[in-house]
Design a protein around this ligand. Structure first.
Ligand code: IPD
Ligand code: CA
Ligand code: CA
Length: 328
């Protein structure tokens, strides 16, 4: 794949991402004027997130009116509700950085078909860097083919992460992982835009990445960019069910394996054996945590209780059902 011979759906994603990037760049020239609202403690949305999201969705639906949309700010309210094609959109990933003028944020757009990501764009408007991938056709940064790093040992690796920061997040659990990994790698970084962090794994700049509490729009596009660059992405037990699991680990194949070895005991993915039948045939759902409330605000349907009879570990899904547990 070269950037002159792109899948038509990837072309639309690129057009939408660049338009959103222009909205973001224009606003960044006078950041003091940007109206900021709080979605919760340390969780912000600006008029720029909303404007960028509108531009992206208009561009996509003008080309593909029958497709579905899952976007951070408008949830599933726009687009078709029953399409097998769903665009997963984060119009501005790294809003806190943007508000402060810290130049690390991006637009993230993925297209999933039957729950599997097929096309992906992450656009960094500060550097005019365009990360793209089409399933089976490789990953690119601008015109350059991406490959993950060749580093073999975690001890030599630079690892990206994201810290918990919302009220209700499980800080203690994260600090234990942080303590273990920071002592076993060459360096840990937290720039603050998960979509870019993951693209940095694809580019070989990081050797691995882990974070908890991320949503599908933070990770959908970049996860395909990583696998197309020869990397691996999964949940903390190393399985491919990560998009809705609020835990993600990625890396080149060697470092990924070493990270999974450390992170597996911290997983929150429910195993089949943990699912206990009740008289109603369901595991009772615990009280929703802060991230569940956040998803509900964003229009993503709440996770149903998990049917006791069905296996919980399944292939990647676009928007749930999510397993009922403390997520961080
Ligand atoms: C956030 C960024 C950040 C991650 C947060 C995300 P937002 O996205 O990706 O790196 O740590 O969990 O919510 O809210 O700026 O789009
Ligand atoms: Ca985000
Ligand atoms: Ca966002």
């Amino acid at each position: 794949m070269s950037l002159t011979n792109l899948h038509p759906m990837l072309n639309i994603a690129i057009k939408a991402a660049r338009l959103a990037g222009s909205v973001i760049n224009r606003a960044s020239l006078d950041i003091e004027k940007v109206a900021v609202q709080s979605k919760g403690a340390n969780d912000f949305v600006t008029e720029v997130d909303e404007h960028a999201e509108r531009v992206i969705i208009e561009t996509i639906l003008a080309a593909y009116p029958g497709h579905g949309i899952l976007a951070e700010e408008s949830g599933r309210t726009l687009g078709a509700q029953d399409s097998e094609f769903v665009w997963i959109i984060d119009p501005l990933d790294g809003t806190t950085n943007f508000i402060h003028g810290f130049p690390v944020y991006a637009v993230s757009i993925a297209l999933a078909f039957r729950g599997v990501v097929q096309q992906a764009v992450v656009y960094d408007p500060n550097r005019n860097d365009l990360f793209v991938a089409s399933r089976g056709r490789g990953a690119f940064l601008n015109e350059r083919r991406l490959r993950v790093s060749k580093r073999l040992r975690l001890a030599d690796s630079l690892i990206g992460t994201g810290f918990p920061f919302r009220k209700g997040d499980n800080f203690k659990r994260y600090m234990k992982m942080f303590e273990e990994i920071s002592q076993q790698c060459a360096g840990l970084r937290r720039p603050g835009a998960a979509s870019l962090d993951l693209c940095y794994v694809a580019a070989g700049w990081y050797d691995g990445f882990f974070e908890t509490g991320l949503s599908p729009w933070d990770i959908a596009a970049a996860s395909l960019i990583i696998t197309e660059a020869g990397g691996l992405v999964g949940n903390f037990t190393g399985e491919s069910d990560f998009l809705n699991q609020r835990e993600i680990v990625a890396g080149n194949p060697k470092v990924y394996g070493q990270l999974v070895g450390i992170l597996a005991p911290y997983t929150r993915v429910i195993k089949e054996d943990d699912v206990k039948p009740t008289s109603e045939g369901y595991v009772p759902a615990p009280a929703a945590d802060a991230t569940d409330a956040f998803l509900a605000d964003a229009g993503v349907p709440a996770a149903p209780a998990v049917p006791a009879a069905k296996p919980v570990r399944k292939a990647i899904k676009v928007a749930g059902p999510r397993t009922p547990r403390d997520r961080q």
